[in-house]
Design a protein around this ligand. Structure first.
Ligand code: SF4
Length: 423
């Protein structure tokens, strides 16, 4: 039997997307077959208009298609229409989502300009109010959304789970002949909290086409289980995110693992990486990592990515790491301009490889790639363009020469660049 007789290579790629109802968040569609949307959240005091405008603009420039801001008190609610106006004035039309907890009903009622300026209200069914106030306050927020024609995200969260619902389900479970583990009941409470609240919003009159739901937890396996269940039981547009993912590589790895599994199963319409930045760190990292996850999984393309080998004992210099990093940073910095001057450039593949072992092969797979000389190799670096060897670079200016070739390639394939922006 041929080696390939039983091979089936037709199934590469993600599962068919889970079918959800499309929701418009300002000009951006979430769900309903739209591309998976990247969103982020500010960490400025919303009452500080200058700082919030600057951070929203930075996040939007980095590629965040929706930005959420905290609306926690009167000063913040009063600032929201001014923030919207300032963003519009600088040509930043990214939709703003208001994050409300505890007193959202009151803030939206007292600040109609805030209610109007936001594209979506995020409410947490676990802290919208308690006991007899809960239903009334939830209804008030939903009615405001209906009045202003806005979308609502019903965002349950593990850390503020509806305790009445959880207690009720725990009691029911305890009365069973074979009770389920407490973790299973907590996950069920998360799912029910989101779905029952969405049903209640529909009863009040909010269209299904205005509802996004989320149920965020901080454990990867729990998150996967909860979202699989939400997708199985409903067709609401789903916002994915691992809450309190953490700092540095831990937050990135945990979020990527959880979201990657779900996205591969066709679950999820918009994503957020809840990364904890280093003090003074760059908030746009959460946008970049979300984009890279979607791009590396083949869902969307945002920015040309540089493939680079990890390096090994065959590379005694740091030239190739420096070149790979330099090229990626230069591409990232040039992208805001190139998006308009070079449409399609986000699909470019660049390879920077450390030696002859995999260098020529990997470089041939890229649109443009360079194989740098490893230890003991002749000091020559072949460059491959569209799979063919185009030129061999030598000498101290290899890095600058390769960069010039990339610029030439981009100009030729995607249109003429504004060099002042590219260099
Ligand atoms: S391409 Fe060469 S330098 Fe890079 S990891 Fe492979 S063997 Fe090492």
């Amino acid at each position: 039997m041929s080696l390939l007789a039983e091979a089936d290579h037709t199934k590469s790629g993600p599962a068919v997307r889970h079918r959800t109802v499309g929701v418009m968040i300002g000009p951006v569609q979430v769900g309903g077959g739209a591309p998976i949307v990247v969103q982020s959240m500010t960490n400025t005091d919303t009452a500080d208009i200058d700082a919030t405008v600057a951070q929203v603009a930075r996040l939007a420039r980095a590629g965040s298609e929706i930005v959420r801001i905290t609306v926690d008190r009167d000063e913040a609610a009063a600032a929201v229409p001014k923030i919207r106006e300032r963003l519009d004035r600088i040509g930043c039309d990214v939709p703003l989502v208001g994050d409300f907890h505890y007193i959202g009903h009151k803030l939206l009622d007292d600040h109609p300009a805030c209610a109007e300026a936001l594209a979506k209200y995020r409410i947490n069914p676990g802290n919208v109010g308690f006991k007899d106030k809960k239903d009334r306050q939830f209804s008030m927020i939903v009615e405001k959304a209906i009045q202003h024609g806005k979308a609502v995200r019903i965002g349950a969260n593990w850390g503020s789970l509806d305790q009445e619902l959880l207690t009720h389900l725990m009691d029911l479970n305890a009365a069973q002949p074979a009770p389920l583990p407490a973790g299973a009941i907590t996950r069920e409470a998360m799912v029910q909290s989101a779905l029952l609240s969405a049903e209640r919003a529909i009863e009040i009159g909010l269209p299904k086409e205005s509802i996004v739901i989320s149920a965020k937890v901080s454990n990867v396996q729990d998150l996967i289980a909860v979202y699989r269940e939400l997708a199985r039981r409903s067709d609401y547009a789903l916002h994915l995110g691992l809450t309190e993912a953490g700092m540095g590589s831990k937050g990135i790895v945990a979020s990527s693992a959880a979201l990657g599994v779900l996205l591969q199963e066709g679950i999820g319409d918009t994503i957020r990486f809840s990364l904890t930045p280093e003090p003074g760190g760059d908030r746009t990292l959460e946008v970049k990592t979300a984009q890279e996850l979607l791009q590396t999984m083949g869902f969307r393309t945002f920015v040309p990515l540089v493939a680079a080998c990890p390096g090994c004992g065959r590379t005694t210099s740091t030239v190739f790491q420096e070149l790979a990093g330099d090229i990626q940073r230069w591409i990232d910095a040039s992208m805001p301009e190139w998006k308009t001057t070079h449409p399609g450039v986000e699909e470019l593949n660049v390879a920077v490889m450390g030696c002859i072992v995999n260098g020529p092969g990997e470089s041939k797979h890229a649109d443009i790639g360079i194989s740098l000389p490893g230890t003991g190799e002749a000091p020559a670096a072949p460059v491959f363009i569209d799979g063919k060897k185009a030129v061999t670079l030598r000498g101290a200016t290899i890095a600058a020469d390769f960069k010039a070739l990339v610029v030439e390639y981009i100009d030729r394939r995607y249109g003429k660049a504004d060099r002042s922006a590219a260099e």
